[in-house]
Write a protein that binds this ligand. Structure first.
Ligand code: F6P
Length: 354
């Protein structure tokens, strides 16, 4: 196996609190292993446009508390073209980058696979507040984002209670309802609307009227973004008209993506960053570092992406058929676990919100 001279690290897609901790862990672990580190600025666009810098141990000092990403981020359209990809590979050759660690979500991992296919060993670290990467129980940024939502909703609750109002709160997630269900439970929401499961608006209205008649003053309804008819101020208006409870609509939007990472995100980033470096230096590639049942594991990135596409209903039959029966069983179990999770969370909200 060829000796590694330098590895590159990048953050791509929507930023996530904890990305800096991952970059720090990667940098320090690589330097400890005698390998130099190149920070790639602005995700894949830094490779396409030759925008990189050397990272020393001191460059990643004092970043553990910082939200955002010190390497900046981008959703690089050019990288998806043959020309952009060729320029990215050129940059790797120019700086003698022997492998890349890419921190981000599913779009980032598609880019990582493209680089691996062009001879640059690549390993992915899941960083996305959406926590929507099917093969990992946890993605860096999720905990911080949820704690921010909890803080914001707690504030809304105070004023809802004072004024006997309801607040519909839209949270990010990009079609994934993880943030919504968890925060709905944590904040004592009366209802939660997510893309994964059907929603019974009439039942919510009936419950709210019953609770209001029982003396309840403040109400919170959490809605995951991008759901037609619900992630919309018109939903708040309907609740108001049908229940007689004054109802406001709040979109938390990007506020949820910023802020200092929580302990959970810092520690997970440290573990995943260190693991990614040890895999890369051991000659492994095309992996994504995941957390499953509280263990850090390394999975083949194509396998992980197929599981993701099956869960999201995007996989083609031939993509599934190339896996053995045993592998398909693992994918199906992963998908089923995720689907059941959302049913269980909504059932819990129903059980304890009346
Ligand atoms: O993927 C993270 C995320 O914050 C999603 O929750 C959201 O839909 C999207 O990114 C917003 O993207 P942008 O920052 O490009 O507006």
């Amino acid at each position: 196996m060829a000796k590694f001279r330098r590895i590159g690290v990048l953050t791509s897609g929507g930023d996530a609190p904890g990305m800096n901790n991952a970059v720090r862990a990667v940098t320090r672990a690589a330097l400890a292993g005698g390998v130099e580190v190149i920070g790639i600025n602005g995700g894949y666009s830094g490779l396409v446009n030759d925008n990189v810098r050397t990272l020393t141990a001191r460059d990643v000092s004092n970043v553990v508390t910082h939200g955002g990403t010190m390497l900046y981020s981008d959703r690089c359209v050019e990288f998806k073209t043959e020309e952009g990809m060729a320029r990215a590979v050129e940059t790797c050759k120019k700086y003698e980058i022997d492998g890349i660690i890419a921190c981000g979500g599913d779009g980032t991992f598609r880019g990582a696979t493209d680089l691996s296919n062009r001879g640059i060993p690549t390993i992915g670290i899941p960083c996305t507040i959406d926590n929507d990467i099917t093969s990992t129980d946890y993605a860096i940024g999720y905990d911080t984002a949820m704690n921010t939502v909890v803080e914001m909703i707690d504030r809304l609750r105070d004023t809802c209670e004072s004024h006997a109002r309801c607040n519909v709160v839209e949270v990010m997630g990009n079609h994934a309802g993880g943030i919504a269900v968890q925060t709905a439970i944590a904040c004592g929401a009366v209802g939660c609307v997510i893309a994964e499961e059907p929603f019974d608006e009439d039942a919510l209205i009936a419950k709210m009227i019953r609770m209001k008649n029982d003396g309840k003053r403040g109400f919170i309804v959490v809605v995951s973004e991008l759901i037609p008819d619900y992630a919309d101020p018109a939903f708040a208006k309907r609740i108001q008209e049908k229940t007689g409870i004054e109802t406001k609509f709040a979109r938390l939007a990007h506020v949820v993506r910023g802020g200092n990472p929580t302990l959970r995100d810092r520690v997970t980033a440290a573990k995943m960053g260190s693991r990614a470096v040890s895999e890369l230096l051991a000659g492994k590639s095309n992996l994504v570092i995941c957390e499953q049942n509280n263990e850090i594991v390394s999975l083949d990135i194509n396998f992980a992406q197929t599981a993701d596409r099956i869960y999201k209903g995007k996989a083609k039959p031939e993509e599934i058929e190339k896996y053995s029966a045993d592998e398909q069983a693992v994918i199906n179990a992963t998908v089923a676990k995720k689907q059941q999770y959302f049913k269980d969370m909504l059932a819990l909200i129903e059980e304890i919100s009346g």
